[in-house]
Write a protein that binds this ligand. Structure first.
Ligand SMILES: [Zn+2]
Length: 182
């Protein structure tokens, strides 16, 4: 069973996992030696699985008749992509450790969001914005606020813009507004 030490992991949460389970005296990835400095890689893999539960899960592929491969509806990712791109575990300079984590999770597995049948919120917002832009440009340029649902949508958009800090007052505008005639 290979052990990994804190120094081999950048993520503060994974470092803590290693610290809490440090029963080994050697790191198989950097060669460090010392009393109780490293935890079994399986423990780290288990904690990663627990942490991503609810966000990602193993994709349920559909068998293709006469083929050993499966068909995966929706977007799926390999274990490499899951760790690297989606969970942000950027340890490209430690290929041996990365490979051990990939193997621990299952190098042949594919992953999807926890509920692939539901469109993620960012995708829903993107589609809604595209529809909204089309309506303003081509259908209701001067009458948008007369529709109660669209008024509510605009108010929600405004609330999110404020919440995300996307609105700021420009000094030039303040100056201009003071110089406007009453
Ligand atoms: Zn190490």
């Amino acid at each position: 069973m290979a052990n990994v030490c804190q120094s081999c992991l950048d993520d503060p949460w994974l470092k803590r996992v290693v610290r809490d389970h440090a029963s080994g005296s050697d790191c198989a990835f950097c060669g460090a030696i010392g009393p109780e400095i490293a935890a079994p890689i399986e423990v780290v893999v288990g904690c990663i699985k627990t942490c991503m539960a609810g966000s990602f899960q193993e994709a349920a592929g559909i068998p293709i008749e006469g083929s050993v491969t499966r068909w995966y509806p929706g977007t799926t990712w390999s274990t490499d992509e899951l760790l690297w791109d989606l969970l942000g575990l950027d340890i490209r300079d430690r290929p041996k450790l990365f490979s051990a984590l990939v193997n621990g999770l299952g190098s042949e597995r594919r992953w999807s969001t926890a509920d692939p049948a539901v469109m993620p919120e960012h995708e829903r917002l993107r589609v809604s914005l595209a529809r909204f832009c089309w309506r303003i440009n081509h259908e209701a340029r001067f009458f948008l606020l007369s529709d109660q649902r669209e008024r509510a949508a605009l108010e929600e958009l405004g609330r999110r813009c404020v919440a995300f800090g996307l609105i700021r007052v420009l000094g030039r505008c303040e100056t201009d507004s003071r110089t406007l005639p009453n």
